[in-house]
Design a protein around this ligand. Sequence first.
Ligand SMILES: NC(=O)c1ccc[n+]([C@@H]2O[C@H](COP(=O)([O-])OP(=O)(O)OC[C@H]3O[C@@H](n4cnc5c(N)ncnc54)[C@H](O)[C@@H]3O)[C@@H](O)[C@H]2O)c1
Length: 264
Amino acid sequence: MSKRLEGKVIVITGAAMGLGQATAMEAAKEGAKLALVDLKEDALEQAKQELKAKYPDAEVLTVTADVSDEGAVKKYVDETVKAYGRIDGFYNNAGIEGKQALIPDYDVDMFKKVIDINLLGVYYGLRYVIPVMQKHNYGRIVNTASVGGIRGVINQVPYVASKHAVSGMTKNAALEFARSGIVTNAIAPGAILTPMVAGSFKQVNPEDPQKAEAEFAQGNPTKRLGKPEEVARVVVFLLSEDCSYVNGQTIAIDGGQSNTYGFV
Ligand SMILES: NC(=O)c1ccc[n+]([C@@H]2O[C@H](COP(=O)([O-])OP(=O)(O)OC[C@H]3O[C@@H](n4cnc5c(N)ncnc54)[C@H](O)[C@@H]3O)[C@@H](O)[C@H]2O)c1
């Protein structure tokens, strides 16, 4: 079978760990040329080394950037175009959870930080990547929303607000640029075992995060959490040519948990 991303230039933000790193691995397996972007320079370099160890022929550009800084977003897009000449796929993924608290107690500076990264960071990415894709009339964009982008999540008000916004921006991009051959979708992962989710269980139960994890898994129809590679395989489909008529959707990858009403 031919590789699904053979020769495609794919930009991934938040690529140093978690869902971004898993998707970089899966995309390399499928023949992509990669531009990996992250805030954390050392972790990004480490992710590149791990990828090259498994896929020595993969072309990998790394760019350290904060996605909430518009100038830095322009720079990672410019550097990608300089290196590869085009962008075919964009996994607009970097995001943070923020600190957990009820609405009246939520720290306003943290609220703004979550919005800056999760909402404006995704917007800046769209703002600079779409014109590059328009030049060659082709593009696949995948924004990372969350089940928190289709449901409420207690104690996570800016996260939920930002992820609903990501789902909304996805619909707009889908309407505005399909005529340029660019399809845009979002994913809504449930609880997937990444460093971010491990941190979340530490916030829920600092003494016994594993207990918090086990309790959360009980509420899932599959009785387990998801694995990053289970998300990565869906993202690779959404980044591939096969995804030509799915546009503007927010696709839950959550073992069915967002369908529950009551106990499972
Ligand atoms: N893991 C889950 O269960 C889950 C569920 C729903 C949504 N998500 C979303 O998926 C995305 C990835 O989450 P994850 O679980 O892999 O998180 P993670 O914390 O494990 O990895 C996120 C990566 O993004 C980078 N990053 C953070 N802020 C950045 C910034 N301002 N600029 C550039 N890079 C930045 C981090 O350095 C890190 O490498 C996020 O948008 C998150 O909200 C995750």
